[in-house]
Write a protein of this length. Structure first.
Lengths: 325, 272
């Protein structure tokens, strides 16, 4: 149902923003040619008919042809999806791999110099404007120091028929900066979550019991505390993954990374309607899919209380509710 | 505390920008394109020392940053205030009336909150076009939900306390109960959310301007200044992007810190 509403909104909204006829058809055409072009693009039908045609095609997997590229919109987007997904996943990985240890350290020793620095660092992390950090990184690491390539995606290698770039050294070099840039915000988030979780877990009885049993601090931390802070971290990260994909538009623009995000920005500027509509639909769909996966994951990871969900406080609602429409 | 001082300084600069800038960077009579792309510290043709360098049009960076701060802060705060009012009303209504109204409102709020802010703003702007008012609408559109949810949570707690029951027994009108009794007790957590949201709004606005779908060129914010510098990053003229970025960073950072400290001050129970 959400998808239907979204598609309606987007379709009509995009129609309003500008008359694509003026943009796409060379104004030097004479009247006859213009009419032919309009007919070919399907723009002469009344709006609601265009919408119905769109829906019919959508069910057949055809989300319209891009005005600018002349290729089916779905194909264009899917072509660029691996690049974006690769970036988003690497960013997520970085956030988790660096964030959890740092957060746990800050939680275990909250008043130490390191602990406090990590916390201020995390606030700094989500105050930094992503695109500016990207520009600065390019300037420092690519221009001044020459360590890493500035823009673009590295060489790709086919993996199960999909082009991936992390299997090549060149690919990794290209991916390092954008992934870090994208992951920075999430890193700060993970640090804060891990810290809060650690502090909470440390006060619990089972930790005291483990220590009383004589287990080494290391084991207590690694086995007991880590497992228990994973639950909120994983849930939040799962939900934030969609956010990450959406935010990749910025990083992709700065680093000229050929992913979905860049496509949508260009499309908005060029008023390439089918792509905008197709992109939004795909994103909404992905969101719903991700939410579903996270919900399942959550109930698997937390066998205690099936009604405890992380989204907001709804004291009047005993079942926690399901959020999918 | 230092954060608060920085924040006040920034607000001061933003309000008094025209009076304290060395140059009015948007008055075409005062800038000279021969001055363009001077590094920091250079002296321009008119004898003015450009402490932070000049951009590609010959505008003094320091002045451009002051004016940009004005727009960035102005847009951020205004959208925050509007979103606050809307979120407040809706959240209070949801908490007070409860039942189906509450359920519907919370569904909408949840739906909106699970959607990434950037995407929402992009869609709104793609539909509405450029302009300061449209940016504010886009910023409000994603913010109100945070306010609504926080308000509702606090209001629900307060709702069941005795003084509200007493007020209801006295047969006071609904409006009076909500505004004179419920509202004042709901404000503290809202201030905290408010500061963080304003910071978020400013960051989002800068991002949108950078992407080219934000404010128009006539009212440049810090984001646009950074975007201008984007073209020069490969040639080493770092100051065109660097200094506006620092200004933006300081703004957001100080607001976030103030919000964090406010949270600790207003809530002695030390909730994390």
């Amino acid at each position: 149902m959400v998808i239907v509403v979204m598609s309606l909104l987007v379709f009509f909204g995009v129609n309003v923003i500008g008359n694509p006829i003026d943009i796409l058809i060379n104004p030097e055409f004479d009247q006859e040619e213009m009419e032919r072009a309009i007919k070919a693009l399907g723009l002469d039908l009344p709006i609601w008919q265009q919408y119905l045609v769109f829906v019919k095609n959508a069910f057949n997997g055809d989300l319209g042809k891009s005005f600018v590229y002349g290729m089916p919109a779905l194909q264009l987007i899917v072509q660029r999806m691996p690049a974006t997904l690769e970036l988003a996943l690497t960013a997520l990985l970085m956030a988790v791999v660096f964030g959890i240890p740092l957060g746990m350290w800050a939680g275990l020793r909250p008043d130490s110099v390191a602990g406090r620095t990590i916390m201020s660092g995390s606030i700094l992390g989500f105050s930094l404007p992503t695109f500016w950090v990207g520009i600065m990184m390019i300037m420092i690491f690519a221009v001044m120091l020459g360590w890493l390539p500035a823009t673009g995606r590295g060489e790709t290698v086919a993996l199960f028929g999909v082009q991936v770039s992390f299997l090549t050294k060149d690919g990794l070099a290209h991916m390092l900066m954008p992934a870090f840039n994208l992951g920075l915000l999430k890193l700060s988030l993970v640090i804060r979550l891990a810290r809060a979780g650690t502090r909470e877990a440390m006060l619990q009885d089972y930790v005291k019991f483990a220590r009383a049993k004589g287990l080494s601090t290391w084991r207590v931390v690694m086995v007991h505390i880590l497992k228990n802070i994973l639950i909120p971290v994983v849930t939040v990260l799962g939900l934030e993954f969609g956010n990450l994909i959406a935010f990749s538009v910025v990083t992709e623009t700065v680093f000229a990374w050929p992913g979905m995000g860049k496509l949508i920005i260009d499309s908005i500027q060029l008023l390439d309607r089918p792509i905008i509509v197709a992109y939004l639909l795909i994103i909404v769909f992905m969101f719903i899919a991700i939410n579903l996966v996270v919900d399942v994951l959550y109930s698997v990871l937390d066998p205690r209380d099936p009604h405890r969900r992380g989204s907001g406080d709804r004291p009047g609602n005993p079942h926690g509710g399901d959020r999918k429409g | 505390m230092a954060a608060f001082v920085i924040f006040c300084a920034l607000v001061f600069i933003a309000i008094f920008a025209p009076l304290i800038s060395p140059q009015n960077p948007y008055d075409l009579g005062e800038i000279d394109i021969m001055d363009s792309r001077l590094p920091p510290g250079a002296v321009g043709l008119a004898g003015l020392t450009h402490v932070l360098g000049t951009d590609d049009q010959g505008r003094d960076m320091l002045s451009a940053i002051f004016y940009g701060l004005r727009i960035s802060l102005g847009v951020g705060v205004m959208s925050g205030v509007i979103a606050l009012s809307i979120g407040l009303s809706i959240g209070l209504a949801a908490a007070y009336y409860g039942g189906r109204l509450d359920a519907i409102i919370m569904r909408v709020v949840d739906l909106q909150l699970s959607f990434p802010a950037i995407l929402l703003a992009l869609i709104v702007l793609a539909v509405l076009g450029k302009g300061v008012d449209k940016i504010i609408i886009a910023l409000v559109a994603f913010q109100w939900a945070y306010y609504a949810r926080t308000v509702r949570a606090s209001a629900l707690v307060e709702r069941h306390k005795e003084y509200i029951e007493a007020a209801t027994c006295l047969a006071l009108s609904h409006k009076r109960i909500v505004f004179r009794h419920l509202l004042p007790n709901v404000i503290p957590p809202m201030i905290v959310v408010g500061t963080v949201q304003v910071a978020h709004a400013i960051a989002l606005e800068a991002t949108l301007s950078f992407l080219g779908v934000g404010l128009p060129l006539t009212e440049p914010s810090l984001g646009l200044l950074i975007a201008n510098g984007f073209d020069y990053m490969l040639t080493g003229k770092y100051w065109i992007s660097f200094f506006p970025g620092i200004a933006l960073l300081l703004t957001i950072f100080s607001i976030n810190l103030v919000g964090d400290q406010l949270r600790d001050v207003l809530n002695p129970r030390l909730q994390k």
